[in-house]
Design a protein around this ligand. Structure first.
Ligand code: TXA
Ligand code: MG
Length: 316
């Protein structure tokens, strides 16, 4: 529930200045992005980064995404291959994370990449968060601002409900427009690899670079909550590809589903469905009772939506 001590900051000059102050002194601020809210810490401060893991209750072996205001900042921390530059100019700022070789001597806490010599970078498309990054003048590490294994937050209230007083402030920009996490592309090998489907369809990425992206995620390196099976989990049991509603179930529809209690997109629009996904899961979870999802097509953003739903439904 809402913790009255949670500090909500408005995305104006004053709120951004306060958020920068908190981050600069090693505190945690939940920040809006176009995908989901992130739990931000100064990425150069070991203690601050450790607090992120502690606040989320997250296993330490999961590396975090570094958020930056622009490409220039990215170039100072990572070696960006030609393909990375093509993707950056097409899709940054936006829901795309690139895993790149980290420059030696980059002032990033080793906790951020969990000791790997790579770095995951993204430039979020949220003006308040970019203004905050510029004001702070340091990179921030930010996983989604939810307790580990639970539903990702797409409103400031979701953050307050899940993390309460474990954050020092929440920069409140209302609803996240994309609603699922960024697509993660690995650029440390010979071929671009899809490490996590997300808010930017992989087909769109392939059209940009003109070569296929390797889909299979290496099973030997489980690096991410995004790659753990029971993740994004509501408290209730979740059933997928439900053709009909069973007694007691909350049915979440996609398209024209007459007996749906909630609907991701009546118009069968995958972009709208992605934007509504986590808020709908939060809502269904509050209603109580088992949750059933109508089938969602496995194309475009449907890939990311189904990926999150499979994890929400995984045995735990
Ligand atoms: O949209 C998003 O990406 C959100 C917002 C807040 O930006 N962030 C997010 O972060 O989803 P998080 O911590 O929940 O997911 C981080 C993912 C992990 O699944 C991890 O596998 C991958 O990023 N990752 C981070 N650094 C990596 C690295 N060096 N190598 C491989 N994967 C990495
Ligand atoms: Mg997450």
């Amino acid at each position: 529930m809402n913790d009255l001590s949670t500090l909500f900051l408005s995305p104006d000059r004053e709120g951004i200045a306060r958020a920068a102050e908190i981050l600069g002194s090693g505190g945690l601020v939940a920040v809006p992005t176009e995908t989901v809210y992130g739990l931000a810490a100064d990425a150069t401060n070991d203690l601050a980064v450790a607090k992120v893991f502690e606040a989320k209750g997250r296993p330490q072996f999961n590396p975090l995404i570094v958020h930056l205001p622009d490409l220039k900042a990215a170039e100072s921390l990572a070696d960006i291959p030609a393909m990375g530059h093509a993707l950056a100019s097409a899709f940054w700022p936006g829901p795309l994370t690139l895993v790149l070789p980290q420059k030696s001597g980059a002032p990033i806490s080793p906790l951020v990449s969990a000791g790997l010599d790579s770095i995951a970078i993204r430039i979020p498309a949220n003006t308040a968060t970019c203004a905050l990054l510029r004001r702070l003048g340091r990179p921030i590490a930010a996983p989604s601002a939810n307790p580990s294994g639970r539903i990702s937050p797409t409103t400031a209230q979701h953050v307050a409900d899940g993390l309460g007083d474990r954050v020092d402030g929440i920069l409140d920009c209302g609803h996240c427009s994309v609603g699922v996490e960024s697509t993660i592309i690995g650029l440390t090998g010979d071929q671009a690899a899809l490490l996590r489907p997300g808010g930017l369809p992989v087909e769109v990425i392939e059209r940009c670079i003109g070569v296929p992206v390797r889909r299979k995620i290496a099973q030997d390196k489980v690096t991410a909550p995004g790659q753990m099976s029971s993740h994004y989990a509501p408290r209730a049991r979740v059933r997928l590809n439900a053709e009909t509603k069973q007694p007691g179930e909350i049915l979440i529809g996609f398209g024209q589903i007459p007996d749906a209690d909630l609907n991701l997109s009546v118009a069968s629009d995958l972009t709208e469905a992605a934007a509504n996904l986590f808020a709908t899961l939060h809502k269904a979870d509050r209603m109580g009772g088992p949750i059933a999802f109508a089938p969602i097509p496995e194309t475009g953003l449907g890939l990311a939506i189904n990926d999150r739903l499979k994890r929400a439904a995984a045995p735990r």
